[in-house]
Design a protein around this ligand. Structure first.
Ligand code: UDP
Ligand code: MG
Length: 318
């Protein structure tokens, strides 16, 4: 096998503080992998500017001018982390043999890349980076993130535990993945669906080197909802199950009402009536909301809007 050409795909959104620190780190890693003879000399660090409002794109363009190993594409506007990663992967898939996607804030240990490339050379097509510990995360971030994976699993959306979007994917897998046309993107749940031989590599997650997280609780909840609705219909089944349960209880209630009426013992049951009406209407509204969430997703899917739009590249297209 010839040495593979690697593209490191890095989404960047308003990262002017951290990019000047981490960009040379990625380049050093690329060079050390090249020197070790694991990847080819024409490998690249591919930055995806996700419609940043600060100087991120200028920094990327400058880097590309300084060293040919840096290249960059820019999305026409901010579309979110998942779409930015997808744009980078789709851009890379015809140009290289393997891609590694990683955040640009230095939180994911770049030294895990050696093990990832080794696993690829051993025949794995997908290598998941898995966090071995979360000691450096705040208690809140850790608790919400753990809850995120647990809740996802409960709702039938199987994902690799503690794996975010740091992973190696071969272009072979990406060619197949390109046929997954969904707009509702949840990469860490979709990539396992493509199949092929995979493994995982563990690393410890560090603190952000500079700048701030763009994933507050609100975005995490949105990502969890996207993940569940894109991978599983279990919430809909839970509704059905719950409906059956409520119907059963109601049946007993009806029997009870009829019997007490026949025995002439019926009383003015205002409290029990009110409770039942309130409870059942609350449950119905929640169920409607869940169904609505799926209908909303269907609506977005039927539009088939483009998942990313690349407005600029640091190189001339052929
Ligand atoms: N990111 C992006 N678009 C967004 C939000 C984030 O491309 O709309 C990028 C960001 O630049 C970083 C990665 O996604 O490289 C992860 O974001 P962040 O570090 O803020 O999330 P956290 O690590 O706190 O979950
Ligand atoms: Mg981060």
């Amino acid at each position: 096998m010839t040495t593979p050409r690697l593209f490191i795909v890095i989404p960047c959104y308003n990262e002017q503080e951290v990019l000047p620190i981490t960009a040379p780190m990625f380049l050093d890693k690329l060079k050390s992998l090249t020197q070790a003879g694991k990847i080819s000399e024409d490998s690249r660090v591919l930055f995806v500017n996700d419609g940043s409002k600060d100087r991120t794109w200028e920094i990327i363009s400058d880097l590309a001018r300084q060293d040919e190993h840096y290249i960059g594409i820019s999305q026409s506007r901010n579309r979110g982390h998942q779409n930015a990663v997808l744009a980078g992967l789709m851009e890379a898939k015809d140009k290289c043999d393997i891609t590694i996607s990683i955040d640009c804030d230095g939180q994911d240990d770049i030294n895990a890349m050696d093990a990832m490339v080794d696993a690829y050379l051993d025949g794995c097509q997908v290598v998941y980076g898995v966090r071995s510990s979360r000691e450096t995360d705040t208690f809140f971030k850790r608790a919400t993130a753990q809850g995120f994976y647990k809740f996802l699993a409960m709702m039938g959306a199987e994902v690799v535990y503690n794996h975010a979007d740091y992973r190696l994917i071969s272009s072979r897998v990406l060619q197949e993945f390109a046929n997954f046309k969904e707009v509702n993107l949840f990469l860490r749940g979709l990539i396992p669906l493509v199949g092929f031989k995979s493994t995982s590599v563990s690393y410890s997650r560090a603190e952000r080197l500079a700048g701030e997280s763009h994933y507050p609780l609100k975005k995490m909840i949105a990502l969890a909802v996207d993940g569940i609705t894109s991978l599983s219909v279990k919430p809909l089944r839970l509704i059905t199950g719950f409906g059956v349960f409520v119907a059963f209880v109601s049946f007993i209630g009806v029997l009870w009402a009829v019997i007490t009426a026949l025995l002439g013992k019926s009383v003015a049951g205002w409290a029990s009536m009110t409770c039942i009406v309130c409870f059942v209407s609350g449950v119905q509204l929640i169920c409607l909301g869940i169904i609505g969430e799926y209908i909303g997703k269907i609506y977005m899917e039927t539009k088939r809007r483009p998942r990313y739009i690349i407005s600029e590249r640091t190189w001339e297209q052929d």
